[in-house]
Design a protein around this ligand. Structure first.
Ligand code: CUA
Length: 295
């Protein structure tokens, strides 16, 4: 179950799932008691042939105290466990508190910037078993960062960063989605979170911060570099060959999919910000080969 908010894989989401299940069970119990009493009373006191109107009964102090006190106790209990869960889940909000990772939403992809200069696109690596303080930003419209198994949701609002803890108990690959309608390709603004054992993560982080493995070829400089070196315009491609997927987790990162994206970006993801570059077959082949070398 890749998108399971009910299948938590971090202490924070376990807390959320437990809170949700507790309130659901409590609500179900209250519903059954109330519905059961209504059914019982409807049958027990139903009109019977030959029976006169029953005597009217006005006011009952003990009933009034009971139906005030019981909900008050229930709601106070829910309030207290919710406040406790929020205290455990929410990241601190210190201005000037340096985040471990800055994740930015764009129409329509995500990038993650690490303090050592590494940039990851739509595939965020984290160390398993260690929580990171993540800042969530946007450069255009409001998005919402949601990896249901690992963390709470957080809106990505331009000019107003939000903070979450991001953590995975075990190594693995976890799914994430944009959870706020943000335009034509909102539904395909997915991402992956790859939780790795600490030594593997350090190696990845170091390699991801290194410059591109090859010098840009002329057609790349001419057609691609302007947008793809500006995070306000296009995703960074420095290590594109190391990614599992293309187009914000839209398709597997294969040679054929990469070539199709380069040749006809609008056919792959209609409405995306990359226009058809009118490339020749040779240029598509050269660009595909060049990008495939950027591990
Ligand atoms: Cu970004 Cu919806």
């Amino acid at each position: 179950m890749p998108l399971g908010a009910f299948n938590p894989h971090s202490p924070q989401t376990l807390e959320i799932a437990t809170l949700f299940a507790s309130i659901l069970i409590l609500s179900a119990a209250i519903f059954l008691i109330v519905a059961g009493l209504i059914a019982y009373i409807a049958l027990r006191y139903r009109a019977r042939p030959g029976q006169a109107e029953p005597a009217r009964d006005f006011g009952s102090r003990s009933a009034e105290i009971a139906w005030t006190a019981i909900p008050l106790v229930v709601v106070t209990g829910i309030f207290l466990v919710t406040v406790r869960a929020m205290a455990l889940i929410d990241a601190p909000l210190h201005p000037g508190f340096a985040p471990d990772l800055v994740v930015t939403g764009h129409q329509w992809w995500w990038d993650a910037r690490y303090p050592n200069g590494a940039i990851a696109v739509s595939e965020i690596h984290i160390p398993a078993g260690r929580r990171l303080l993540v800042e969530i930003d946007s450069t255009d419209v409001i998005h919402d960062f949601w990896a249901p198994q690992l963390a709470r949701k957080m809106d990505a609002i331009p000019g107003r960063p939000g903070y979450i803890w991001l953590e995975a108990d075990k190594p693995g690959t976890y799914q994430g989605v944009c959870s706020e309608f943000c335009g034509a390709q909102h539904a395909r603004m997915h991402f992956l979170i790859v939780a790795q054992p600490e030594p593997e993560y350090s190696v990845w982080l170091r390699r991801q911060a290194a410059p591109a493995a090859r010098l840009p070829i002329p057609v790349f400089e001419r057609k691609c570099a302007e947008c793809h070196s500006n995070p306000l315009k296009g995703p960074d491609l420095t290590h594109i060959a190391g990614r599992q997927t293309l187009g914000a987790n839209l398709s597997p990162n294969t040679r054929a999919n990469l070539a199709l994206w380069i040749e006809k970006p609008q056919s792959v993801k209609p409405g995306n910000r990359m226009n058809d570059q009118q490339l020749t077959k040779d240029e598509v082949r050269d660009l595909t080969g060049y990008l495939e070398g950027l591990e």
